[in-house]
Design a protein around this ligand. Structure first.
Ligand code: BG6
Length: 319
């Protein structure tokens, strides 16, 4: 669970109590950046840079009380994205209590000098009644030396009845933005998307970067491995790098839907944007013993860092 950097003195990984006494893990990097992960949902609720600035949005109205999922941060949507299937919206992983995985199978990647925690979710007897498949879901949340936040998911089919299972998935990341009207998303131009507001009809994105002036709820298909969110007012660019996750959901509820959500402030839509690395259009199928491994890496850089690269193709081509 904890690499060699973790000592009780510097407390680079600390298990403590969060809101309503829920268990949470705090990760602290030497450069001052931090992340917080609730065991409830395996849910990242905070990611701060070295200046202590919060980079994720969490609603001030979020309830932090099971069975309601935490509103904001990074909910894990598994084994079903949205209501596209028999399960509750976005599946059940986001409202189950995960455990700390003290003995995960080794990761091939080098994690020396990184601060991380390993979490594990296995189905309970009750879960098996609503989704009759045994699985082990291992989530590693890592804070890199520069403050980057990495989520690695390993999902294994542990069925003993010889049956495969299929699922859809999303890292439902809520980014904190200064003013949604000043934000643009680059990397999704000219791609096809399914419009959740129009019965998932298929459209093709036209022209320029995506900007926001009303509700948006789309599943972009076959997206590149890198997507950028430019926050003009904050002069900050979020870069999402993803591996194994072909789709990307873009969601902002805007004013009417915001008012309709009990756990979301009426005006909070102005300060958030969800861009969700996902696998939705083509569900993932795993045979018994098979494992699916995917990754999302988030970084936040001053926009000037990207200057001259804001042409989306250039942003996406750079490392
Ligand atoms: C997004 C979906 O991923 O999540 C939206 O595309 C949905 O349709 C939103 O409204 C929030 O979902 P929930 O279940 O957390 O309210």
């Amino acid at each position: 669970m904890i690499d060699e950097m973790s000592t009780t003195e510097n407390k680079s990984v600390e298990i403590t109590k969060g809101i309503n006494g829920l268990d949470k893990v705090v990760l602290r990097e030497i450069n001052g950046s931090t992340a917080e992960v609730y065991l409830y949902g395996g849910h990242v609720t905070s990611w701060k840079n070295e200046h202590g600035e919060e980079l994720l949005f969490v609603s001030s109205k979020s309830i932090f009380k099971p069975p309601k999922a935490i509103r904001g941060g990074i909910p894990i949507c598994f084994p079903q994205f949205s209501n596209m299937g028999p399960l509750e919206a976005h599946g059940f992983a986001r409202n189950r209590v995960w455990t700390i995985d003290t003995d995960p199978p080794p990761f091939p990647s080098n994690t020396t000098n990184r601060v991380f925690v390993d979490l594990l979710l296995k189905p309970t007897e009750d879960d098996l009644k609503i989704w009759p498949h045994s699985f082990e879901y291992r989530l590693r949340v890592t804070l890199g030396p520069g403050g980057d936040l990495m989520l690695t998911s390993r999902i294994r089919n542990t069925n003993t009845d010889g049956k495969p299972f299929s699922f859809t998935f999303a890292y439902h990341t809520y980014f904190s933005v200064s003013d949604i009207s000043e934000v643009r998303v680059e990397g999704l131009e000219t791609l096809d998307y399914l419009d959740n507001m129009k019965n998932r009809e298929r459209y093709t994105e036209q022209g320029d970067a995506i900007t926001f002036e009303s509700e948006v709820d789309r599943i972009y298909l076959s997206t590149p491995t890198k997507i950028a969110i430019l926050d003009h007012e904050k002069k900050r660019t979020f870069v999402i790098r993803k591996d194994g996750l072909p789709d990307a959901v873009v969601w902002n509820p805007w004013d009417k839907k915001a008012k309709a959500m009990a756990d979301f402030g009426d005006d909070e839509y102005k300060h958030m944007l969800c861009v969700e690395a996902a696998a939705i259009e083509k569900p993932v199928t795993l045979k018994p013993g098979e494992e699916w491994k995917v990754r999302q890496e988030l970084s936040a850089v001053p926009s000037s860092y990207c200057s001259g690269q804001l042409d989306p193709n250039k942003v996406l081509q750079s490392s």
